[in-house]
Design a protein around this ligand. Structure first.
Ligand code: ZN
Length: 299
């Protein structure tokens, strides 16, 4: 199993894209992101395992010590873009520059190579498939940006649920998707977010045990955000549906994470880069998947 954390301020979530927020509000979210990330680091330390933190590059500038501490505590620091812009809002050239800025800032903060990438809001989809070659050209070893589920904001439901080779125009990249659970013809995005906050802990843990593991070995990837562990933060001015989706279960997440960690032997957990190395050693066993390419800039 792999625990991953997408480190971003709460006001960067896609549901907040249309919100008008004062600089004071934004500053508060920035400070609270750091406090919640410290909380997560302490919870992981108490548990004794390592994780992967996909960090927004700008945070390496605003919170250099925090990013350094993540690496110093033995966790992997990977890229979650430079400014949390979704891929479809960028041209291929802008994406390359965004990628370089984030990789460079994170490497400077930690002193370690950044080899993994996760796109904001899993925005690697058909219309942004041009990004695959750029990720390979910029030296990334793996990507975790495709959620193989049907969702209104993201997802490539026909993509494999297990790690696979993602074929670009000229290059291929190792893709390690977040966990999904197959129930009949449906795939449930069980890897984190609302499902972690909504489902009672025992049900969530049973669901995790129901995930089919591939021949290349266990590769269940979970994902969380620091703001999900900050129940007293000021609420964003969202529509009632988005408000429910964003904050459901948030009062219970700290306890739930602790109880989940207590049921998992840290020795059975890897960082994404370790899992990637293991998968690359068995690359002939991985399936290949190609996103039907669309013209850059189309939807
Ligand atoms: Zn994000």
């Amino acid at each position: 199993m792999v625990f991953t954390f997408d480190i971003e301020e709460h006001d960067r979530i896609e549901a907040a894209a249309q919100c008008v927020l004062s600089p004071g509000y934004r500053l508060q979210y920035r400070l609270r992101m750091a406090v919640a990330t410290h909380y997560l680091l302490d919870a992981l330390e108490q548990w004794g395992g390592s994780a992967t933190f996909f960090v927004v590059g700008q945070i390496a500038k605003t919170h250099r010590q925090l990013v350094r501490m993540i690496g110093d505590r033995g966790h992997e620091v990977a890229s979650h873009s430079w400014a949390h812009r979704r891929l479809h809002t960028m041209s291929p050239e802008e994406f390359r520059s965004d990628l370089r800025l984030s990789k460079d800032a994170l490497e400077q903060a930690t002193g370690h190579a950044v080899v993994g990438y996760r796109a904001p809001t899993f925005s690697l989809v058909r219309s942004t498939a041009w990004a695959i070659d750029i990720l390979g050209e910029e030296g990334f070893l793996y990507d975790s940006s495709i959620y193989p589920v049907r969702h209104d904001r993201y997802g490539v439901p026909e993509a494999p649920a297990e790690p696979f080779w993602l074929k670009g125009r000229g290059l291929s990249l190792l893709e390690i998707p977040p966990a999904s659970l197959s129930i009949g013809p449906w795939r449930v995005p069980i890897g984190g977010g609302g499902y972690f906050r909504l489902l009672p802990g025992p049900v969530f843990r049973v669901a995790l045990r129901g995930i089919r593991q591939p021949t290349v070995g266990p590769s269940t990837v979970l994902y969380f955000h620091p703001w999900e562990f900050d129940s007293t933060q000021p609420r964003l001015p969202l529509s009632s549906l988005h408000r429910w989706r964003t904050y459901v279960g948030i009062r219970h997440t700290r306890g739930r994470l602790n109880r989940l960690l207590a049921t998992i032997d840290p020795k059975n957990c890897l960082r994404m880069s370790d899992l990637a190395s293991r998968l690359l050693a068995q690359r002939s066993l991985l399936s290949t998947f190609e996103l039907p390419l669309a013209v850059a800039g189309s939807t």
